[in-house]
Design a protein around this ligand. Structure first.
Ligand SMILES: Cc1cc2nc3c(=O)[nH]c(=O)nc-3n(C[C@H](O)[C@H](O)[C@H](O)COP(=O)(O)OP(=O)(O)OC[C@H]3O[C@@H](n4cnc5c(N)ncnc54)[C@H](O)[C@@H]3O)c2cc1C
Length: 259
């Protein structure tokens, strides 16, 4: 297998039809009354219904709905730094069948590490002599991160947690910072969302997805996809949405088996 997780969504894009997708177009402004989006390249597009997956606080801002700035400010999130480490040799035997592991201890900066080369031999140039790990380091106002030290700290943490040993040379390192990483569930979250959605809907705007919906418990890829599927079913056929409005039901195994 090649292409990583992205290969799934490349296949979905084929089903949707590439002619219906425009990439690398950034919305610069939304006129909710006129139902018009202006993009940074100057193009404008009119819509009947707008489904947005950008972070909902950015959406209310771009739409100029200043009354929604206050509830949007009550939504919290953390960032995530992704660090890819290419290594020489073979993984320790204990990692041979591992996909990902969580690290709550204080002896490393990351909360999760994925054995990336276990997903596909094509994730490294030569699987006979190389392997790789991907670490995730959370960041927020409560937990600042020194970006200039993050690679060294990650490698030290991988040694401290016995993921790597002296026999492994670091061949490459790569980092990416997801500013919007995790939508933080909080006590005021649902009240804030319940204040925002009806106002958006008055203008035919619907916000779903990981940060469009801002519900951590239904924000993985499968959930995010189903939020979109169910919203369309609702708009077209009046079928109630389950995943977004009833996360407990969506995450109930008995319900999952019914589907
Ligand atoms: C560190 C990390 C680890 C994760 N691990 C997993 C995992 O193991 N399993 C899993 O299932 N999921 C995981 N996820 C979640 C997964 O990435 C999300 O479920 C998925 O990306 C949500 O899709 P989405 O379309 O809702 O949002 P996104 O993928 O966030 O898409 C929103 C899009 O809106 C675009 N956008 C923002 N502003 C504008 C603008 N002004 N104009 C135009 N476009 C704009 C953004 O560029 C982005 O492409 C992880 C996420 C993170 C950050």
């Amino acid at each position: 297998m090649s292409g990583g997780t992205g290969a799934i969504w490349e296949s979905v894009a084929d089903l949707v039809g590439r002619e219906n997708i425009s990439l690398r177009k950034e919305a610069a402004g939304i006129d909710p009354a006129a139902k018009r989006i202006t993009f940074t390249d100057g193009e404008t597009v009119n819509y009947d219904v707008l489904i947005s997956t950008m972070p909902i606080d950015r959406l209310t801002d771009l739409a100029g709905l200043s009354a929604l700035a206050e509830p949007a400010s009550r939504l919290h999130y953390s960032s995530s730094n992704i660090i890819g480490i290419g290594l020489s040799g073979k993984p320790p035997e204990s990692l041979n069948k591992k996909c990902w592991m969580y690290f709550p201890e204080a002896n490393c900066p990351f909360y999760r590490v994925t054995v990336f080369s276990n997903y596909s031999p094509k994730n490294v140039p030569d699987i006979e002599t190389q392997w790789s790990l991907m670490a995730e380091v959370s960041e927020s106002p409560h937990k600042p991160v020194e970006l200039s030290k993050i690679i060294d700290q990650t490698i030290d943490g991988m040694a401290a947690t016995h993921l790597i040993g002296k026999q492994h040379d670091v061949l490459s390192a790569w980092t990416y910072r997801a500013h919007y990483g995790y939508p933080t569930p909080g006590l005021g979250r649902d009240a804030a969302l319940n204040a925002i959605h009806p106002e958006l809907e008055k203008y035919g705007i619907h916000s779903r997805g990981r940060f469009g919906g801002w519900k951590y418990e239904v924000s993985n890829q499968d959930h995010s996809l189903m939020q979109g599927v169910e919203l369309i079913d609702n708009l077209a056929l009046g079928v109630p949405e389950i995943t977004y409005w009833f996360p407990g039901t969506a995450n109930n195994l008995a319900y999952a088996k019914l589907r």
